[in-house]
Write a protein that binds this ligand. Structure first.
Ligand code: ADP
Ligand code: ZN
Length: 722
């Protein structure tokens, strides 16, 4: 037999299939070690054949086949080819998506415990060997016991003697490191008519992609759980994706309580060992539901019966490293291969997704009511320009302060949202106007009051607080802008008795960091939760009756075509945290542009109004989905190789435009808005194209211009244009 092997080296020079001879019992998908250029390297068997085109004496045998079930499921092979062609990355890079990083590095292994088990064979034990007899009696009662424990109790000599005589045997048992155990099971809920109708619509639809557009609290989760149940009943498996699983412990506790051990969770908050074991539970079929963030779309499941993507509009579904895939696109590839449905859900679908639903490409299911008819929280706009005119320079409007007071007095909880961490986000010299910047990145530094230092939010570098301006020596440094730490400080002054929790990147480090904060808040051990967008997603806290949005328009002024969409989504999501149980909820939205039309639609929860307006705008200005924005990024340590590569990309793009003038709406080369990140300079060629027709050529161009000193890569409709 011959094994077709892809070596685990991420380089286009070795991006091909190599043949090795192997035994009959070798299986496709297995991890192997192979001789390669004088070394022994890791690889994967992606195919087997009886014959080879090469002369037999030229073919080397495999060095080693890992003793484990094949790591790759068969679907991986065709998916690998499709992804590699689509995103122009070596096949090895695609294969890496399918296995946990822990496995590749060989750093993590299964953990076993050694048991002694009664063999059932009669053995004779001499009278003088009292310990052996005691051990045998013990084992007859227990059936089996841990080897080390028995050795402690009866002595290693006695235990080994009994084993040698055949009275007991040693067995190795794999231990699963399972994350967070969840006590108790929760039965399915009685579905509402709207939920039943949604399920029927999914079942009866002949379309692969289903979009559930349901207001926050309309019971989408219960629909997903039912879809999963049906897949399991048919003997199939399911994938359930959420934007960032470590932020949504409630979601996975719910899944665990419904499906128990059948659900496996893959997320970054797990220890390497836990992730490794959860992954193997999926691969061996012990677990049949994969729950996780973006990367869980590559779960090693076969016979998939449903794929669910919750909060489908979330930008975390786009990968920001190679391959820069769209999770929805990959999910659709897998759904089609498995002949199953892909269910997208959101209260605020992306404009692109919703337009596909409206056009009939996706099946559209709409849920307009919250469960039990609870009203959506009332949103009040607080005009911060007026507050400033009145001399209020604090982070809180009078309206929000009033509402906070009421909420605290009535014993309810409040959430304060602000998408900036730290204390202030700039430090500016008032004498010369210089803003303190990171040495490695072209971004201003934020002041962190707890650590009393300046931090770069791009590379994490820390700097000591200067006593004077490094430019002019001036002593008047101003801390501009408000971050979560300053908000907490102000709240402590306003409401000294209130118990306040803060949730942002600085407070959530470590395993289960998010979980602990959310748990405390859920148990009402705090009155106010202040946080960044981490708190916007999915949480269901029944006692929260007030949400304050401090900087609603921050995202509005980004020079990004998605700015309006982002703002609408954010306001709706954050507001959705209020008034989920008994009492009606309230929201105070602070803004400097109270007349902005996006805010008007958001305040009325008018998604359709927002969408119609937005889609007309996009059409008139020829922005996606009526065009494709393509950015070719060039980064390098130094300017010279970056500019050289940039020239190559730009001239190549110009040639394409000359040959296909009708395809180009816009083409230019420039510095990226952030000129440097982590010591690498950044340039870009920005294109707006009529269609995706030239995309493969542009990927080719990027691969051609990339070299060892300049990295060149393509981004399609990038979520972040910085
Ligand atoms: P969404 O995901 O649409 O925001 P959820 O699934 O979180 O909404 O549902 C909102 C609330 O309604 C949750 O507390 C959930 O437990 C409850 N709920 C959902 N479906 C039902 C049902 N059929 N009967 C009773 N309560 C339900
Ligand atoms: Zn930096």
């Amino acid at each position: 037999m011959y094994a077709e092997v892809i070596v685990d080296i991420a380089h286009s020079n070795v991006d091909k299939i190599y043949e090795y001879s192997c035994g009959e019992d070798v299986k496709a998908g297995s991890r192997v070690k192979v001789p390669f250029g004088g070394r022994v390297v890791d690889g994967f068997i992606v195919g087997l054949s009886e014959t080879s085109a090469y002369p037999p004496e030229k073919i080397k045998p495999l060095s080693y086949v890992y003793e484990e079930p094949p790591a790759l499921v068969e679907e991986c092979f065709s998916l690998m080819n499709e992804l590699s062609a689509r995103y122009r990355v070596p096949k090895a890079v695609c294969l890496r998506l399918f296995v946990p990083a822990e496995m590749r590095a060989g750093r993590v292994h299964e953990v076993y415990k050694k048991l002694v088990r009664l063999s059932g064979a009669e053995i004779s034990v001499s009278k003088s060997a009292k310990k052996q007899a005691e051990f045998l009696t013990y084992l007859s009662d227990e059936g089996e016991a841990e080897y080390t424990l028995c050795c402690e109790k009866f002595g290693r000599g006695a235990v080994n003697a009994v084993v040698e005589k055949g009275g007991a045997e040693l067995v190795k048992v794999k231990i699963n490191r399972t994350p967070l155990a969840f006590e108790g099971r929760e039965p399915p809920k009685q579905l509402t008519p709207a939920q039943l109708a949604a399920l029927a619509s999914i079942e009866n639809s002949d379309k692969t992609v289903q979009l559930i557009h349901g207001v926050t609290g309309s019971g989408k989760t219960e629909i997903y759980l039912n879809v999963i149940s049906r897949a399991l009943e048919q003997g199939k498996t399911a994938i359930f994706l959420v934007p960032e699983i470590s932020l949504t412990p409630q979601m996975f506790s719910q899944l665990k309580r419904r499906f128990g051990e059948k659900a496996a969770i893959l997320h970054s908050g797990l220890s390497a060992g836990e992730r490794f074991d959860e992954w193997w539970r999926l691969r061996t079929g012990e677990a049949r539901i994969a729950i996780g963030a973006r990367s869980a779309i590559f779960s090693p499941l076969e016979n998939i019966g449903a794929i669910i993507i919750d909060e489908e509009h979330d930008s975390s579904y786009f990968s920001e490293s190679a391959p820069r895939y769209s999770t929805i696109e990959v999910a659709e590839m897998r759904a089609r291969r498995n002949g199953c449905k892909l269910i997208l859900g959101s209260a605020t679908p992306s404009v692109e997704t919703y337009s596909r639903a409206v056009s009939g490409e996706y099946n559209l299911i709409t849920l307009t009511q919250r469960i039990n008819g609870r009203p959506l929280p009332h949103i009040t706009i607080a005009d911060m320009r007026r507050e400033v005119r009145r001399g209020n320079n604090s982070a809180f409007s009078a309206a929000l302060r009033e509402e906070l007071k009421d909420t605290l007095e009535s014993g309810n909880q409040a959430i304060i949202f602000l998408n900036r961490r730290g204390y202030s986000h700039t430090v500016i010299c008032q004498d010369c106007g210089y803003a303190l910047k990171c040495e490695h990145c072209d971004v201003p530094l934020a002041y962190h009051s707890e650590e009393k230092c300046l931090k770069c939010h791009y590379c994490g570098a820390r700097y000591r607080l200067p006593s004077a301006c490094p430019e002019c020596g001036g002593l008047h440094l101003r801390y501009g802008g408000t971050g979560t730490q300053r908000v907490v400080a102000e709240l402590r002054e306003l409401f000294p008795a209130a118990r306040i929790l803060r949730m942002d990147n600085d407070t959530t480090s470590g395993k289960e960091g998010h979980y602990k904060i959310l748990k405390q808040f859920g148990e009402k051990k705090a009155d106010i939760l202040v946080g960044t967008q981490m708190i916007a997603k999915g949480h269901d806290f029944p006692s929260v009756t007030l949400v304050g949005i401090l900087d609603a328009d921050m995202s509005l002024h980004f020079s990004d075509y998605r700015a309006g969409e982002r703002t609408f989504q954010l306001i709706t999501q954050v507001s959705g945290r209020s008034g989920r149980a008994g009492e009606a909820g309230k929201v105070v939205l602070q803004t400097y542009s109270p007349d902005n039309y996006i805010l008007r639609f958001a305040v009325n929860y008018d998604y359709i109004g927002f969408f119609k307006n937005e889609i007309a705008l996009r059409k008139a200005t020829q922005f996606p989905p009526f065009s494709l924005i393509c950015r070719v990024m060039v980064t390098a340590e130094d300017d010279a190789p970056a500019l050289e590569a940039l020239k190559g990309v730009y001239f190549g793009a110009e040639d394409l435009r000359t040959a296909n003038p009708q395809e180009f709406i816009f083409l230019n080369k420039m510095h990226s808005p952030i000129k440097k990140i982590q010591g690498r300079v950044r340039y870009q060629v920005l294109m707006r194209l009529q269609s995706a027709r030239l995309l493969p050529r542009i990927y080719d161009l990027a691969v051609r211009c990339s070299n060892s000193s300049a990295l060149v890569y393509v981004e399609e409709n990038p979520v972040n244009l910085s």
